[in-house]
Structures are given as structure tokens and as C-alpha cells.
Design a protein around this ligand. Structure first.
Ligand SMILES: Cc1cc2nc3c(=O)[nH]c(=O)nc-3n(C[C@H](O)[C@H](O)[C@H](O)COP(=O)(O)OP(=O)(O)OC[C@H]3O[C@@H](n4cnc5c(N)ncnc54)[C@H](O)[C@@H]3O)c2cc1C
Length: 503
């Protein structure tokens, strides 16, 4: 192969591209590349190399769970791989031989989305080969990526490759909280790695750190596995996610590009937090047709979590969740809103408001909420907020958890605080090598710094890489809403357009 062993490509040779990491985002990049190359008549002779260690392409962390209780947190009707054909996933579900949920309103097991992505990949692979593109799959870890005048060099296992462009789609980092417990046998740092929750003794008293969607996944998996011991979820501030009701079409009137342009004088100044909050307040109050009692909405609920959950389920069942449709309608514009915010406003949002935003924005499917309510009513789990400290008690081999002025002792501890964003804590040698040389730079709000439009990585000296793009959850500091397939797919298209467009 011409690109291997550091050979410099001959002038005028067809392009060589690499996609590193083939989770959902990598598949999105691959398909966008194939389509764009075919459309531009550049497919013949081009080489596309993909690097992934996992057997299944497209599954990544989010969709490789085999458990049917782990649902997509978005309706099937919003998970199409084709932005211009929103019913694509729903039609795919309906066309499957295996009977199952095919209704557009339903939330389906995440494993089905992995199957869908695999098919999407296979179709693009066939299309690429039909048009004369050489596609090479490497089942290996890329350990370094370095750029010079000849191209971008990748090291994978003992091989060295040179490419014209590289798309890094490495996914999430594991949580960087509670790392001090990782050596303990009764601590689960990530549900998605190793034995995860399957390692837990079915009679054990469990403490789950977090009350987000990951905690919901943990509770439902424990229930499905017939867990008998007591389970308590601990959180610092927030409580369980709210519940998604029916989706109603909402046309934005305030959180719009036009309003952002007006407020910023065509993007010549940045917005402070209060200005952005005001846009969202107007959008919600105008959409709902009422003045919201924000103090009450944002206050810690006074009732028990079971009562709050029961009320949230009831509101979702009655379709009284228009606020969710309004927030959902902002998905596409949110990266631009984030871009217009001052650094101070973004930092204050992250520290002060992210947890409450996530509680409303990343809320749970009604099916899951009903299951949780059954569990809560049966006393199968509890929720304790105002978490202040967690420690391991050597003598008893238990964990001590202090929350809301009470001390709890649990036998197993499960970290459900979500994913991490601290690059220096990553165990990826690819990230560490690039970081050490300054070929990538951490974003001040965590994750990796990239150019907003082209996804080219920002180096330590603030220059932009000419050939390496980073797409995925780690660009949260730049695009904010990167924990959804939708945004990462849109970013995949932007990166590919930038790579194939005029330089
Ligand atoms: C538990 C969970 C549930 C989620 N549910 C939803 C949902 O329902 N709907 C939604 O829209 N979003 C959901 N998300 C958000 C999710 O992050 C994105 O939708 C998407 O799955 C991210 O995909 P990715 O390809 O960027 O990352 P990943 O899925 O993590 O894939 C990254 C891939 O890169 C590979 N890789 C990493 N480093 C290297 C290397 N050096 N060499 C070779 N390969 C490498 C890994 O093996 C992995 O396969 C969920 C996220 C999580 C964590």
C-alpha cells in the first residue's frame, strides 16, 4: 500500500483519508466522506482507512449495551442518519424481520441503533467500492498522530501510515471523578467497561453516584437482573431527570439566529449569561403562554422524589410537557448560542447551571420513568441529594457516603456521574502523545479545542491543524451540545465539507 511506511504520496495522487474510532460519529464521518467523494466525482482511486479495535462498527460505548432496558433517550423519529429524511430509522425499524417497536413515537433499545448504524456503514462501504474507492479496515489502536509537510502520520500497532486528512472520532473519556477507588473490587467506575454491573453481588447494598440518565440505566439494569439489595442514588444538587412527554412541533421565536444577530450586532460582541437566559425565558413563556414561576421550578423539590416522579409521569402521560418540545426545538441552534456567549458566561453556565439544564434537557423516556416509578413505589431504590463526601472504610470494606446531613454505608459503589472531559487524565496514548507535543490543546471548559466550523484541531500555540479534525463528545467546550448523535453527525458533515472543500 502506497501510504504505509512513511512513504510520501506522489504529487497529484488521489486522496487518502483516515477515520480513527468507528463509534456512531466515526460511521457518520465515513458515510459523509463516501457520499461527498462520490458526488464530487473523486471516489475512484481514493483510499479510506478506518481504525477501530471493537468488532462491531457503529456501536461505540452508547449503543453496544446488549440490555433491552437501555433505551435510546430520544424517540426513534429523531434518530435518523439522514438529516433530510427524518423517518429513515423508523422505516428501518418497521422493515426488520425481528418483531419489535416500530412506532415512530417509541423509544427503542439502544442495541437496535447499533444494528442500524452497521447497515448504514455497510451500504456506504458497498457504494465506495462500486465507485472505485479502496477501503481498508484496521482492527488496531492508533497510538500517535503527527503532522508534517508530507501529511499526517498515524502509528497503529507497529505500522506507520501517512494520510492527507485524518478524522479523529475517539468518543468519550471515562469519568475522572472518584478515581481513588478504581483499584477496589467493590467499585464500578464505568458501567460500560469490563463486567460493569454484572460484577455486583445481587444482595449487595449499593450506592449509585449520580442521578442522571446513566443512573437511570443502572437502576433499570439492576431491576432486570433481579437485584435484591437496597440501592440509593446520591447527587450533589440535582434529582432524577424529568420525563419526556409527546413531542409537539415548536417554531422558535426568540432563540433564533436572527435574534442572536440583532443582540450581538451581527456577532461583533458576545452575550452574557443573563442575556441568553432571557432569550430562553421568552421562548418558554411565549411558547407555553404563561409566566413561569422560575423560583419554584428551579428550587429543590420539597416532596419526596417518588411523589415528584409520580407527578412528572402524570404530566408526561397527559401531554403537559410542552416545555420539553420547546427545549428540544433549540437543539440545532444551541451550538450557535454557545458560540455567541462570552467565556465568562459559558464558564458560569458549566459550574452553576449545567446540572439543572441537564435534568430538564436530557430527560427520560416515559417507558423508563414508569418502570422507575414502579421500582420507587416498591421501595427498590432511594434518592439522596446534597452529597458532600464519599470515602472507603478500610476495616469494614464498605463505603461511607455523606448526604443531606446523614451518613450511609454501602457495600458496592457504582459511578454513574457520566463521562469525563479532562484530557490529562485520559489513558489514551494517542491523546497523551498529541497533548504532550502540543498538537492538540485542552479547551478551557474541558475536552479538546477545535475550530467551530471545520473541526480542525487547535494546537497549543493556537494555530489550526491543516489536516487533523476532531469530531465527537469531547468538543463540548466549543459546540456544547455534543452528547447527542444529531450534533455529532452535523459536525461530521461540517468536517468532511471542510476537508474536501477548497483549502
Ligand atoms: C451511555 C450513553 C448513552 C447514550 N445515548 C444516546 C442516545 O440515546 N441518543 C443520542 O443521540 N446520544 C446518546 N449518547 C451520546 C453519544 O455520546 C453519542 O450519540 C455517540 O454515541 C457518540 O459516539 P462517538 O462515536 O463519538 O463515541 P464512541 O461511541 O465512544 O466511539 C468511539 C470509538 O472510538 C474507538 N477508539 C477510541 N480511541 C481509539 C484509538 N486510539 N484507536 C482506534 N479506535 C479508537 C473506540 O473503540 C470507540 O469504538 C449516549 C452516550 C452514552 C455514553
Amino acid at each position: 500500500m502506497s501510504a504505509e511506511n512513511g512513504e510520501v504520496p506522489p504529487p497529484g495522487a488521489a486522496h487518502r483519508f483516515a477515520v480513527v474510532g468507528m463509534g456512531a460519529t466515526g460511521v457518520g464521518v465515513f458515510v459523509a466522506l463516501v457520499r461527498s467523494l462520490v458526488a464530487a466525482g473523486q471516489a475512484a482511486g481514493t483510499e479510506l482507512h478506518i481504525f477501530e479495535t471493537k468488532e462491531r462498527l457503529g456501536a461505540g460505548v452508547a449503543y453496544s449495551t446488549p440490555h433491552d432496558c437501555h433505551l435510546l433517550n430520544m424517540r426513534a423519529a429523531t434518530m435518523s442518519v439522514h438529516a433530510d429524511d427524518p423517518d429513515h430509522f423508523v422505516r428501518w425499524l418497521a422493515g426488520r424481520a425481528e418483531p419489535g417497536p416500530a412506532d415512530a413515537g417509541e423509544y427503542v433499545p439502544r442495541r437496535l441503533f447499533a444494528e442500524y448504524l452497521q447497515e448504514f456503514f455497510d451500504e456506504a462501504l458497498t457504494e465506495a467500492r462500486r465507485h472505485g474507492t479502496k477501503v481498508v479496515t484496521h482492527k488496531s489502536v492508533v497510538s500517535d498522530c503527527r503532522e508534517d509537510a508530507h501529511g499526517v502520520h498515524l502509528i497503529a500497532a507497529l505500522d506507520h501510515f501517512v494520510f492527507d486528512r485524518v478524522f479523529l472520532c475517539l468518543g468519550d473519556l471515562p469519568s475522572t471523578e472518584y478515581l481513588e477507588f478504581t483499584k477496589l473490587p467493590t467499585y464500578v467506575h464505568s458501567m460500560w467497561q469490563g463486567a460493569g454491573l454484572e460484577a455486583v453481588d445481587p444482595d449487595a447494598i449499593i450506592g449509585v453516584l449520580g442521578t442522571s440518565l446513566t443512573a437511570v440505566d443502572a437502576l433499570l439494569q439492576l431491576r432486570a437482573a433481579g437485584h435484591r439489595g437496597a440501592v440509593t442514588c446520591f447527587s450533589r444538587r440535582r434529582s432524577l431527570p424529568k420525563v419526556q412527554g409527546p413531542r409537539v412541533l415548536h417554531t422558535l421565536r426568540h432563540v433564533t439566529e436572527r435574534r442572536l444577530r440583532e443582540l450581538t450586532g451581527d456577532f461583533t460582541r458576545q452575550l452574557e449569561f443573563a442575556e441568553v437566559a432571557e432569550l430562553f425565558r421568552c421562548e418558554l413563556e411565549d411558547g407555553l403562554g404563561i409566566a413561569i414561576d422560575w423560583k419554584r421550578v428551579l428550587a429543590r423539590p420539597e416532596e419526596t422524589f417518588t411523589r415528584t416522579l409520580a407527578k412528572d409521569v402524570e404530566l408526561a402521560e397527559k401531554g403537559q410537557t410542552l416545555w420539553y418540545s420547546i427545549l428540544d426545538a433549540t437543539s440545532e441552534i444551541v451550538p450557535l448560542v454557545w458560540r455567541t456567549m462570552s467565556a465568562k458566561a459559558r464558564a458560569s453556565f458549566m459550574t452553576e447551571h449545567l446540572s439543572i439544564w441537564s435534568m430538564f434537557r436530557h430527560c427520560m423516556p416515559l417507558d423508563n420513568a414508569r418502570r422507575l416509578l414502579d421500582m420507587a413505589t416498591d421501595g427498590a431504590f432511594g434518592v439522596a441529594s446534597e452529597l458532600t463526601a464519599v470515602s472507603y472504610v478500610e476495616g469494614s470494606g464498605t463505603f461511607r457516603v455523606d448526604a443531606a446531613g446523614r451518613t450511609h454505608h454501602v457495600e458496592w459503589l457504582v459511578n454513574a456521574t457520566g463521562t469525563g472531559f479532562a484530557l490529562d487524565c485520559s489513558d489514551s496514548s494517542l491523546i497523551q502523545n498529541m497533548l504532550m507535543r502540543g498538537d492538540i490543546a485542552p479547551h478551557p471548559l474541558g475536552g479538546i479545542d477545535v475550530d467551530f466550523d471545520t473541526l480542525r484541531v487547535v494546537r497549543r500555540d493556537r494555530s489550526l491543524s491543516g489536516r487533523a479534525h476532531y469530531i465527537g463528545p469531547l468538543t463540548r467546550g466549543v459546540h456544547f451540545y455534543t452528547n447527542s448523535f444529531e450534533t455529532n453527525l452535523a459536525n461530521a458533515h461540517s468536517a468532511v465539507a471542510a476537508a474536501l472543500g477548497p483549502s
